[in-house]
Design a protein around this ligand. Structure first.
Ligand code: F6R
Length: 606
């Protein structure tokens, strides 16, 4: 949450910052701001505006400023409303500061240091700026060290001092930040998308170390002043991957990238038609040595976990629980040395998921994480990492990351079934060939998306929508309903189809959209009966079945058929239909598909 960019070097800092903020806007888009040091005397320029980066850019249009050092921020508000004053950067005396995270003890700090009358904003960040200025008497390291000792909470700070004209200082705890140096200067950013136009080599700023960005290099030191050499990482995608490439929205582009993302995630892990994780360092003992599995994640990633449970538990026959990461810590989870904790996260930075991971390790469990972002905190702190290869996901609503999380769970489920003697080699081979067939099923849906757009034009008129299914179909419906509500603002809920008549059916009226997923042969008849119940009450039914399923007369208004080689694999094409339905609905309503209100990518606050 919140985008951070800092630059010092030979290039024009204003351009670099504005470009970086555009790349990072998906992390928060309530307001944006920049601060530039002129390099002459004590000149410091601060511009901040509520609203999107475009508004900031417009304000900066005719600005004549020569600066080669500055910091910029795009905000997702936590403390204090959305207005120009609360936007970052914040200035206190000689200090200019931007921040991602939450300073938990900011109230105490205001009282302890008597800052109340000095503050102009309602933010916790300004308190940190005040504190830094309080401790600053010419030695930035001393001021940072003393400030950090006082602060509790999560933070990624980027700091400039008015009398140090060409340097940026950074320090962090939990909240992510990366740094990179190339010939033209040094960069810091909350994630690599802002750095990638300049270089593909970067490092993750280690926690509790002070990083100094200079025009000619970056130095890192610990709190005792000892130099530190951080591990350099390389990004394996290029800037095109983080651009729209002709699509009107990132979300639509990312939906279309799913076949490739699936191929990139699955193919390198196949050896002679069987899953093989030796490159990932995940040995069979990890998969066979546990007596239960706890899946932990948030939002879409958690819904991928629901599919994983519905798939894996009946095959391997040990308990698989799916846990909302933000609840996990507070419910005394039944996790011990014999538990394999499967953590799922696109960003690898979701703070609740990270906290659950840390707790699981304290309980003695082994943690295998399914993560998209290389080098992210969750990846680094896990015992084993299974990287998904979706490339950068920029749209706030997750699509391709969900798809490859599913593929990863299917691969892990298959290898685990082999390792535990539940699959013969032949059965595993058949499973994998069905998994790879799913890629063409996804492709087929993309090629025939026109009808989904037509269906969306009817859903767009609704206030409420319901998604129903049983078993695996229910697991996919949960994600379908999240996708619709988060980008179209239509109230949407998913229910196990048999549960409707225990209360929810009271909400069904004439023309209420019900998206019914019925791809599981063994419960098909039962789901159809549940659809009849809503149909009898006037629901507008969009039915999704397998190709060739027998469709009773007058059971639905719109029917989609998905090509599936086996019931277990229907999630892949069904997910695309549900994503496109949400996408077109949002677009038809004229909403900001990629940046839905109140949301931000990568939730780094609790
Ligand atoms: C919804 C969405 C979120 C994320 C959730 C977890 O479309 O993207 O629900 O899935 O915030 O994020 P990660 O996977 O980064 O941990």
């Amino acid at each position: 949450m919140c985008g951070i960019i800092g630059y010092t070097g030979r290039l024009d800092a204003l351009n670099v910052l504005l470009r970086g903020l555009e790349q990072l806007e998906y992390r928060g888009y309530d307001s944006a701001g920049i601060a530039l040091l002129s390099g002459k005397g004590d000149d410091r320029l601060l511009i901040k505006k509520a609203g999107p980066v475009a508004a900031l850019k417009e304000t900066c249009e005719n600005l004549k400023v020569e600066s080669h050092c500055g910091i910029g921020h795009t905000r997702w508000a936590t403390h204090g409303g959305v207005n120009d004053t609360n936007a970052h950067p914040h200035i206190a005396g000689k200090v200019t500061l931007i921040h991602n995270g939450i300073i938990e003890n900011y109230h105490n700090l205001i009282e302890k240091f008597g800052f109340r009358d000095l503050l102009v904003s309602e933010t916790d960040t300004e308190v940190a700026a005040r504190l830094l200025n309080y401790y600053y008497s010419g030695d930035p390291y001393e001021a940072i060290r003393r400030t950090i000792r006082e602060i509790t909470g999560s933070y990624a700070f980027c700091i400039m001092f008015e009398d140090i004209h060409d340097k940026i200082f950074c320090v962090r705890n939990v909240s992510p930040m990366v740094a990179a140096h190339m010939e033209d200067g040094s960069f810091v950013a909350s994630d690599v998308t802002a750095v990638i136009p300049y270089t593909n080599r970067y490092f993750v700023i280690p926690e509790y170390q002070i990083v100094t960005l200079g025009q000619d290099g970056i130095s890192v030191q610990d709190f005792e002043g000892n130099p530190v050499s951080p591990e350099m990482l390389e990004v394996n995608w290029n800037i095109e991957a983080a651009q729209k490439n002709g699509f009107p929205h990132f979300m639509l582009k990312e939906i279309h990238e799913q076949p490739e993302a699936l191929r990139n995630t699955i193919t390198p892990r196949l050896e002679n038609g069987l899953p093989d994780f030796s490159e990932d360092g995940i040995l069979d003992e990890v998969l066979s040595g546990c007596d239960k599995i706890a899946i932990v994640a948030c939002g879409t990633a958690m819904y991928a976990g629901m599919v994983g449970k519905a798939l894996i538990e009946p095959i391997i026959k040990i308990p698989v629980s799916v846990n909302i990461a933000s609840e996990f810590r507070y419910e005394s989870p039944l996790v011990d040395e014999k538990t394999l904790v499967l953590v799922i996260s696109q960003s690898g930075e979701t703070i609740d998921t990270l906290a659950a991971l840390r707790l699981s390790k304290e309980c003695g469990a082994k943690v295998l994480s399914i993560v998209n972002v290389k080098g992210s905190t969750i990846a680094r702190e896990s015992d084993y990492v299974f990287y998904t290869h979706a490339g950068p996901e920029i749209a706030v609503a997750s699509t391709k990351a969900y798809m490859v999380q599913l593929a990863s769970l299917y691969l892990i489920g298959c290898r685990m079934s082999m390792a535990r003697g539940k699959f013969t080699e032949a059965e595993a081979r058949t499973f994998i060939s069905r998994l790879t067939d799913s890629i063409s099923a996804v492709q087929k849906i993309l090629e025939n998306k026109k009808r989904i757009k037509e269906a969306a034009s009817l859903v767009a008129k609704a206030q409420d929508a319901f998604f129903v299914g049983r078993g695996l179909d229910y697991a996919f419906s949960l994600e379908g309903s999240l996708k619709l509500k988060e980008i179209s603002y239509i109230h949407a809920e998913a229910y196990a189809a048999g549960e409707l008549k225990h209360g929810t059916i009271a909400l069904i009226e004439k023309d209420t959209p019900v998206i019914a997923v019925a791809t599981q042969d063994h419960i098909y008849g039962k789901t159809i009966s549940n659809i009849r119940e809503v149909r009898a009450r006037g629901a507008f039914v969009i039915l999704i079945t397998k190709t060739g399923a027998e469709i009773p007369e007058d059971i639905c208004d719109i029917h989609f058929a998905v090509p599936v080689s086996h019931d277990q694999f229907s999630v892949f094409p069904v997910a695309v239909i549900l994503q496109l339905l949400a996408y077109y609905t949002s677009d038809m309503k004229g909403l900001n598909v990629d940046k839905p209100r109140n949301l931000a990518k990568s939730v780094t606050v609790e």
